[in-house]
Design a protein. Structure first.
Length: 346
């Protein structure tokens, strides 16, 4: 292309970001160039924007960040198989090596050589983005771009909900930020029993009820584990989906889990968590699973099935739509937690 475009750039290794003119990236042989139509803000983007210890350790600068998108392919590299100009696409953001033990045993989502779109590689908060052809996901033509761009976090929710049995099970979702809200939708669509949402933000608990949670628990007003035991006739919940990363919430989640239940951990604590493993895992016979990214590409096909059959109404998860030049207001809202999913219409 050789021209320039407007992109949201993480320029300095500190607070904030800069909207500026940057070159349109060059499409490599195994890559495609996408005209971006819609993007959404991830919690990870907020970490990058605010710049914390994780960002300092991980993120490259200067770089166009953002990794949740939908758009149209405008150029394909010479060896970019399976993708054509005009295709309506999103993408898996984890670019993996394909040759390590994890990749070769169907576990590419935990490839130790992963490069991440918009974090350790150029991303999508711009007019155009470069994507590895093998990571491209073809979207259904009827799926609006503002919904299609949510597939990255939706995939986190789908993998967490479906990492074990869900049909008819009692489910506690601890932490109902955007991914927790999506998890409520997924759990309902997949036939869960009663769904309990736990958070400390009244606004998000109200959203959780709107998404279909059967009961909500304010974790600062009630002991979460006791409330969940009371709601389940003293048995505890079959499935705990931990999405807060808060150490106390994690401990409460294990305490609320029923014997032979499941705890799936997506939220990322930033410090060590002290847990009574003997009584809260071993003698309960719990299944505990760490969730990272999306299974490549099982999760994407599960999402495609749910989305194409309209099993998930995701429009209500989007609370704000902005143009890219309103990024300061958007990140402010994210920081205050007074929102569901925020989408940029490009
Ligand atoms: Zn690998």
């Amino acid at each position: 292309m050789g021209a320039s475009m407007i992109g949201l750039v993480k320029e300095h290794r500190g607070y904030g970001a800069t909207l500026k003119e940057v070159p349109v990236p060059t499409c490599g042989d195994d890559e495609v160039l996408v005209r971006v139509q819609a993007t959404s803000i991830c919690g990870t983007d907020l970490h990058i924007y605010k710049w914390d210890a994780w960002a300092e350790r991980t993120v490259i600068t200067p770089n166009v960040f953002g990794h949740e998108f939908a758009g149209t392919v405008v150029e394909v590299g010479a060896r970019a198989a399976g993708v054509r100009v005009g295709d309506y696409v999103s993408a898996e953001g984890h670019m993996v090596c394909g040759t390590c033990k994890a990749c070769r045993t169907g576990n590419a989502h935990v490839c130790p050589n992963t490069k991440s779109f918009g974090i350790t590689a150029p991303g999508c908060f711009a007019e155009y983005a470069i994507v590895k052809a093998s990571n491209i996901i073809h979207n259904d033509a009827n799926l609006p771009s503002e919904i299609a761009c949510l597939q990255d976090p939706l995939g986190n929710a789908v993998q967490t909900v479906l990492s074990g049995d869900i049909v008819g099970k009692t489910v506690a979702i601890i932490g109902v930020g955007p991914i927790g809200l999506l998890a409520i939708k997924v759990a309902k669509a997949c036939g869960a029993g009663a769904i309990y949402a736990v958070d400390i933000n009244p606004n998000r608990l109200q959203m959780a009820r709107q998404m279909g949670a059967d009961s909500t628990i304010h974790a600062l007003e009630t002991r979460t584990s006791e409330a969940l035991r009371a709601l389940t006739g003293g048995e505890g919940v079959d499935v705990v989906l931990e999405m807060s990363g808060n150490p106390q919430a994690i401990v409460d989640g294990f305490a609320a889990a029923a014997n032979a239940g499941r705890v799936s951990l997506l939220g990322i604590p930033t410090q060590e968590v002290s847990l009574d493993i003997t009584n809260q895992i071993i003698f309960k016979g719990l299944k505990v699973e760490g969730i990272t990214g999306r299974k490549m590409y099982q999760t994407w096909y599960q999402m495609k099935g749910l989305l194409n059959q309209h099993r998930l109404d995701l429009a209500s998860v989007i609370t704000h739509k902005f143009k890219l030049d309103q990024y300061e207001e958007a990140f402010q809202l994210m920081n205050e937690g007074q929102c569901g999913k925020i989408v940029f219409i490009h």
